[in-house]
Design a protein around this ligand. Structure first.
Ligand SMILES: NC(=O)c1ccc[n+]([C@@H]2O[C@H](COP(=O)([O-])OP(=O)(O)OC[C@H]3O[C@@H](n4cnc5c(N)ncnc54)[C@H](OP(=O)(O)O)[C@@H]3O)[C@@H](O)[C@H]2O)c1
Length: 277
């Protein structure tokens, strides 16, 4: 995790503080950012009050108020709203004495579309595809930076993102395919765990026990995958010759698990490209 010394920003705006925005706020505060340096926006006052009470951040329903003098504006609204919000705050950002960077956390919205929507030419923009494990500080952020992002902005944005997970910088052309692994990936593991629970029930285990076994196994396997050994090495280590695991793996392979993942990730990347059109 980062410390505030890496997070060089006097004011951070989180526009559209829903699930992703809240996870970002929580991460920034746990990395030591003073809550009053963060301004969060939502249209509903109830949500603003909730965030103010939970984190002590400044809240408002006015995106322009949040964008005034902000070093960074994180755009955490839905993809269809991102360009509208950039247009809405365009004049404010153009008048700011600081160079305000706009960072979209939304699927599909391209850097060039954001640069075009901004009022002043040369606005610094970045595009990030987070994933939901950022809610527990274990996210993966795929990040691509626009041509106008200065080095100090680049470092500050990376440090802010690192407060909720790993940052993987990629060329923008790879974001859609990378989304198919990390952005949508948590759902694949959730589905696998859900199916394993149902399979356990079909074999005769009480649902609660099946759920405990499958979820604790997923958490333990995840922890091991974060270590030095590769996924293949770990799997080989638990597959004794002619053993129980090898029998199960053979069935999974013959049932087309790998092919299903090739097709699923392809469908995901295609959909991400469609959303960006
Ligand atoms: N959740 C995921 O798994 C995931 C993963 C990767 C990326 N993302 C991206 O993250 C973004 C946010 O997703 P989310 O799940 O956090 O959505 P969410 O919970 O619906 O949050 C969006 C927030 O924006 C607020 N909002 C809507 N219009 C606004 C406006 N004009 N000005 C200010 N605030 C506004 C909404 O509150 P009010 O209705 O009160 O305004 C809401 O709290 C999306 O673009 C998504 O593509 C999500």
């Amino acid at each position: 995790m980062n410390s505030t010394t890496d997070i060089a920003a006097d004011k951070i705006a989180v526009l559209g503080a829903g699930n992703i925005g809240e996870a970002l706020i929580a991460g920034l505060i746990s990395a030591g950012v003073e809550p009053l340096r963060i301004t969060a926006t939502n249209r509903s006052p109830e949500r603003g009050a909730e965030l103010a009470e939970r984190y002590g951040v400044v809240t408002t329903d006015d995106n322009n108020e949040a964008a005034v003098d902000a070093d960074v504006c994180f755009l955490c609204v839905k993809p269809a709203q991102v360009l509208g919000v950039i247009e809405e705050i365009g004049d404010t950002v153009a008048k700011n004495e600081v160079s305000t960077a706009l960072v979209s956390m939304a699927a599909g919205v391209t850097i060039s579309a954001m640069e075009s929507a901004a009022s002043s030419a040369g606005t610094s923009v970045a595009r990030v595809m987070p994933n939901t494990p950022m809610l527990v500080g274990r996210g993966v952020h795929i990040a691509a930076f626009g041509r106008y992002v200065e080095e100090d902005q680049h470092n500050a944005i990376r440090a802010m993102l690192a407060a909720t997970g790993q940052v993987v910088e990629l060329d923008e052309s790879l974001i859609d395919v990378a989304t198919a692994l990390s952005g949508s990936g948590p759902a694949y593991y959730f589905l696998l765990t859900e199916a394993l629970i149902d399979a356990g029930v079909a074999l005769g285990l009480p649902r609660e026990t099946a759920s405990q076994l499958a979820t604790a196994t997923a958490a333990g396997a995840g922890e091991m995958l974060a270590g030095e050994k590769s996924a293949a090495e770990l799997r080989h280590a638990v597959s004794s010759p002619a053993g129980t695991t090898a029998a199960a793996i053979r069935e999974l392979e013959e049932s087309g698990l790998r092919g299903a993942l090739y097709r699923a990730t392809d469908a995901c990347a295609c959909r991400a490209r469609e959303l960006g059109k």
